[in-house]
Design a binder for this molecule. Sequence first.
Ligand SMILES: Cc1cc2nc3c(=O)[nH]c(=O)nc-3n(C[C@H](O)[C@H](O)[C@H](O)COP(=O)(O)OP(=O)(O)OC[C@H]3O[C@@H](n4cnc5c(N)ncnc54)[C@H](O)[C@@H]3O)c2cc1C
Length: 225
Amino acid sequence: MIKEVKPKTQILLKKVVAESNNEIATGVFILRFKRTFDFIAGQVIGICLEHDGDPRLYSIASGINDDEIQILYNIKPTGKLTPPLAKLKTGDNFYISPPFGSYSGSAEPAWWIASGTGIAPFLSMFRSGIGAGKVLLHGGRLKEFFYFQDEFLPVLGNNYIRCCSSESSEGLFTGRLTDYLRQHSNLPNNIKYYLCGNAEMVVDVRDILIKKGIPFANIVSEIYF
Ligand SMILES: Cc1cc2nc3c(=O)[nH]c(=O)nc-3n(C[C@H](O)[C@H](O)[C@H](O)COP(=O)(O)OP(=O)(O)OC[C@H]3O[C@@H](n4cnc5c(N)ncnc54)[C@H](O)[C@@H]3O)c2cc1C
């Protein structure tokens, strides 16, 4: 099942202040601001730079009890929002919508499968205390794109599988996460598989899982377009 997340037609935008906006890997940033609302791990907010702007959606990467909200994003060089967003400095204002969306996890065992910044909702769930019993499969082109390995590895150990498509290194699977899944037999078919990232990855992974006998109803997807 693919969960489509659409912003509400009339989003009430609120002005917030950037606490920091740091580049953590080439072209990848974390934007931080003070948390003033409750949310469910896996939800998104709309972000824009003007009060009457056209918000883009971003998963919240923070835990539900954290004092700050973190947004993980990468620059789309031809994009409308992300190039100017990356220039935001500490103390600058920007605008956010209330949190929304129904993409959420549970404490049950599951596989979390993410490409690139699609790791954000799983980081939120992990930081919110539902990481136990999870296998986290993360795909990235370069070693530097496993931004949160120091947080995941001590807890998940071998259940944090980093699939690196353009570099090799000890501890990394060399190849795309789809290659890893194709080579992996005996995937449990009685648990949920949560997918998050670009459309190509989500569609390919869903096809692989279905061919391996995972019921369609056990596949929960969120697409970043
Ligand atoms: C539910 C959800 C959650 C998301 N969460 C995150 C997140 O946590 N982190 C993150 O980095 N991103 C996330 N995204 C993606 C994010 O919303 C933006 O799409 C992304 O940051 C690009 O925004 P932009 O304004 O810079 O680019 P845009 O201006 O939206 O353009 C993006 C790309 O599409 C191309 N493009 C734009 N319009 C067209 C068109 N009409 N036809 C063809 N190509 C076009 C542009 O050239 C550019 O390469 C999420 C998306 C969704 C739907």
